[in-house]
Every structure is written in C-alpha cells, then in structure tokens.
Design a protein around this ligand. Structure first.
Ligand code: KIV
Length: 269
C-alpha cells in the first residue's frame, strides 16, 4: 500500500482566500513539460491566449481559436498535479451573450479538466461572469490593458496614466468582484491605480506590469525565461534560454557535421 499522500489540486476558492495574504505566484504555460516545472513553484498556471503570439507567431491574440486553447489546456493538465490551471477564453467565444460564453466555457472545462477560465473585460462582462459562476464555472477576470481589444485600444499601452480615467477601471474591478470572479488580472496599469483597486476589492488582484501592490503576479513564462528577444519593459528576465538554445543547437550542428553520432553499440546496448 502506498503511504504517499495524494496531491490535492489548488482550487479557485483556495486562490480567492489568498486575498491580502502571501503573494500568489502565477505563470503562463502552454506545454506539458514546462508546466510540470512551473507546477512545483506556482499556485496558478494560466494557459493564456498569448500562446497565439508566443507559440504560433501571431501578431495579436485576436485570431486564437478555441480548439487551440483546448489542445494546449489538455497538455498543461497532463503535465501538472498541483497548481490551479486556468484556461483563457479566446476572442469571440464569450462576448456575444452569457449563453454563448457558458457553452464555450463548459467545453473548455469538460475537454481540458482545468479548474477555471479567464475572460477579458470589466463592467461590460459582469453579467456573463455572474452567469458562468452561478452555473459552476470559476472565472478569473482581466481588466486594464486587455490584449483582445488591441484593435479598439489602438496598441498595447499602460492604462491609467491619466488619473481622470481611474474611476472606469475601479468600476470594472468592483463589477467583476461583485459578479463572483475569484480573482482579477490587472494588466499594464500604473501603480497607484493598481494599489487603489487592490485595497478596494475583496478578491485577489494578480498583476502583470501593474506593480508590486497587487496580491500576486503573473508573467508570460517565455518572457521571464529569456526566450523572447523583445520582452515587455516591466519583465524581470530570470533566464537566458535564447542563448542556451542557440549554443546547444550550434553544438549539435557541429557534432553532426563532424559525424559525431552515437555508435551502434551505444544506441543498441
Ligand atoms: O494570455 C495571457 O498570457 C494573459 C496574461 C498576460 C495575463 O492573459
């Protein structure tokens, strides 16, 4: 009989309870092997629709299809045992109506086995968030710089530079919290606004380019690993993967050109 204690997955309510406590460690992952590493250190893993840009070379997240999110969501679930896995709802799969959102969110939950979905938008998405939560789907909200709206925002710019705009973002945060979101991502937001929101709502705020005033932080894994040649300015880069991969591939190419392959003995031993 195994005496090993089974690992319990972190749930959305567990994250909700972390408000004002120890900072929440969150990272994106799209891939089973890297997710297994992240799983040892982070409480939340987001299968972000940024995968369209990071993995598939798209210019924005607007073109990401639902099936692709589901495929990567399944890979991440296979690679992890402990972290709460949240899968992004891609553009066009939830904005039309709460019913459409429910149908697509239910597909994500059933086909990936993830613990929650994330969608972008504040007050305008509150009714949809309430509809999903009341029907058993935990929702992480996302306000501030919302990349799926790049075409109406006119680019990826820090939000809230003008304090006169703050009430809109504060209303967004209040609306998603009251609608039942268990946490909210604050993306690309000036520090004093992120601090005000974090103080004023009772769900955790998870910042990305939104200062250390939030209840946690999320980064795109490839950005912090040094795999993005042009990471956003706010990203602290912890690794040098571009360089390491380049060195490894170059060493491999040299070996092949010099016919330094494994011998038959080594392979079939
Ligand atoms: O898609 C994504 O990776 C995200 C994070 C940047 C929060 O939404």
């Amino acid at each position: 009989m195994s005496t090993e204690k089974p690992i319990r997955r972190i749930t959305a309510p567990d994250i909700r309870k972390r408000k004002g406590g120890e900072p929440i460690v969150a990272l994106t992952s799209y891939h089973a092997h890297t997710a297994a590493i992240v799983d040892r250190h982070a409480e939340v893993i987001l299968v972000g629709d940024s995968l369209g840009m990071v993995m598939h070379g798209m210019d924005s997240t607007v073109g990401v299809p639902l099936d692709l999110m589901i495929m990567h969501g399944r890979a991440v679930m296979r690679g992890t045992r402990r972290a709460l896995v949240v899968v992004d709802m891609p553009f066009g799969t939830y904005e039309e109506s709460p019913e459409v959102a429910f149908r697509n969110a239910a597909r994500i939950m059933k086909e990936t086995g993830c613990g929650a979905v994330k969608l972008e938008g504040g007050a305008r998405m509150a009714a949809t968030i309430r509809f999903l939560v009341e029907r058993g789907i935990p929702v992480m909200a996302h306000i501030g710089l919302t990349p799926q709206s790049v075409n109406t925002l006119g680019g990826f710019r820090t939000q809230g530079r003008d304090p006169e705009t703050w009430p809109v973002f504060e209303e967004d945060a209040k609306a998603v919290a009251e609608a039942g979101a268990f946490a909210v991502v604050l993306e690309g937001m000036v520090e004093p606004l992120a601090a005000r929101i974090t103080r004023r709502i009772d769900i955790p705020t998870i910042g990305i380019g939104a200062s250390a005033e939030c209840d946690g932080q999320i980064l795109v894994l490839e950005d912090m690993l040094g795999l993005n040649p042009r990471p956003p300015k706010f990203v602290k880069v912890y690794g040098r993967l571009l360089e390491e991969i380049d060195n490894a591939v170059s060493a491999y190419a040299e070996d092949v050109r010099a016919r330094r392959f494994p011998t038959e003995d080594e392979v079939y031993r």
